[in-house]
Design a protein around this ligand. Structure first.
Ligand SMILES: [Zn+2]
Length: 182
């Protein structure tokens, strides 16, 4: 009888410990989550909620007035700059690449890699909400066009032959980008 009681007692003690440990873990996760949210808020990178609706809409004439001819052709008419001619295909400085149309932060230099294709290539956007995708069936190919989510500017295409960790290659026209050194 006593043995049984001891056995049940230690079993209960064990369960109580397990519950306490599980609760602690949950609490830790909550803390990490809130820290991440605070970080996003402070860097202005949080693209959820109202900020997603914060789109820039301009007429063709308005875009023409603020973009160069080449920028207008690429960004508003979905053109492509010739490979190995842009400012950034071989650019290796540390900093941030922003949309040349609206200034939205699109890529960080840490994700830039040399794809030997003649256009600046990145394996991930700077933040999840900044780039939108469209299916592109032009030129007899099936590709995924990437555009700036804020102003709708054509940036380039995304392919599945990129390096780790994403396996993606965002192949971007230099003229669609402006660079800010860190
Ligand atoms: Zn933009």
């Amino acid at each position: 009888m006593l043995r049984h009681l001891i056995f049940i007692g230690s079993l209960l003690l064990f369960i109580a410990f397990a519950v306490v440990i599980a609760l602690n873990k949950q609490e830790e996760q909550k803390v990490v989550k809130s820290q991440l949210m605070a970080l996003n808020d402070s860097t202005g990178n949080n693209k959820t909620g109202d900020q997603m609706k914060d789109k820039i809409v301009k007429t063709d004439a308005e875009w023409k007035a603020i973009l160069t001819d080449e920028q207008y052709h690429v960004m508003r008419e979905k053109g492509t700059e010739r490979p190995f001619t842009g400012k950034f295909w071989d650019h290796k400085e540390t900093g941030t690449y922003k949309c040349a149309g609206c200034g939205e932060v699109l890529f960080e230099s840490i994700t830039k890699f040399d794809a030997h294709c003649g256009w600046p290539s990145f394996y991930a956007p700077g933040d999840s909400g900044v780039i939108a995708e469209n299916s592109d069936y032009s030129h007899g190919m099936v590709r995924t066009e990437v555009i700036c989510n804020k102003c709708g500017a054509h940036l380039g295409h995304v392919f599945n032959d990129g390096p780790k960790p994403t396996g993606l290659r965002y192949c971007i026209n230099s003229v669609s980008l402006i660079f800010e050194k860190k």
